[in-house]
Ligand binder design. Structure first.
Ligand SMILES: Cc1cc2nc3c(=O)[nH]c(=O)nc-3n(C[C@H](O)[C@H](O)[C@H](O)COP(=O)(O)O)c2cc1C
Length: 186
């Protein structure tokens, strides 16, 4: 038997994305966003409320970074979702993260977050909160690579559980994609 819950945004896994921006003084900011994902091959889409410092920053700079939150940095990443750059001048210093100016866009990335997308702004709709960004470059720390490829076991990405309000560890390979279903093609 199935139970109806009405209209709920319960996707598993829901990625935990950390958006990095610079403010008007060049101070880096970071916010936590779980309502987002890949919109197209080179496009990231996130639903962002317009009152965030992050939104003001990315509209001014036309650029931002998006990093995956990880098991090791879970408390810092949660903090980025609890405090606002509108009230706290330097959230990055508060958690002892180290920010670096991205090479391809005018936005910071963070040494402590090993997988980052450098994005330019495509569009932002203040009514719907729909942010679209073009992925200009993808940066991966050497420490999360195995044979030159991203190794999720090393990255240890976390997911947001919108039902129980927890962070889940995304872990383990179940099967090969584009392959394990082939038996049904016959
Ligand atoms: C787990 C989690 C997920 C969040 N996801 C989003 C989101 O997808 N969109 C959004 O607008 N705010 C989201 N927030 C709220 C912002 O991260 C929060 O308001 C933050 O303080 C904004 O920071 P800023 O003002 O420095 O940009 C989320 C917060 C948490 C803790």
């Amino acid at each position: 038997m199935k139970i109806s819950f009405g209209s709920k945004p319960w996707i598993y896994p829901q990625p935990v994305l950390i958006i990095g921006t610079y403010d008007e003084d060049g101070t880096p900011d970071a916010m936590n966003a779980a309502w987002g994902g890949i919109g197209d091959t080179e496009e990231i889409r996130i639903c962002l409320s317009s009152n965030h410092k992050t939104v003001k920053n990315l509209l001014a700079k036309k650029a931002f970074t998006v990093s995956m939150a990880t098991k090791k940095t879970v408390a810092e990443c949660d903090y980025f979702g609890l405090a606002s750059g509108n009230q706290v001048k330097d959230k990055i210093a508060k958690v002892n993260f180290h920010s670096v100016h991205a090479e391809h866009v005018d936005a910071p990335y963070f040494e402590e977050l090993p997988l980052t997308f450098e994005c330019t702004l495509i569009s932002y709709d203040e009514e719907t909160g729909d942010l679209r960004g073009k992925i200009e470059n993808t940066l991966a720390d050497e420490s999360i690579l195995t044979n030159g490829k991203i190794d999720p076991e090393k990255l240890e990405p976390i997911a947001f559980d919108g039902v129980n309000h927890t962070y889940l560890l995304v872990k383990g390979v179940v099967a090969d994609a584009f392959s394990c279903g082939k038996k049904f093609l016959k």
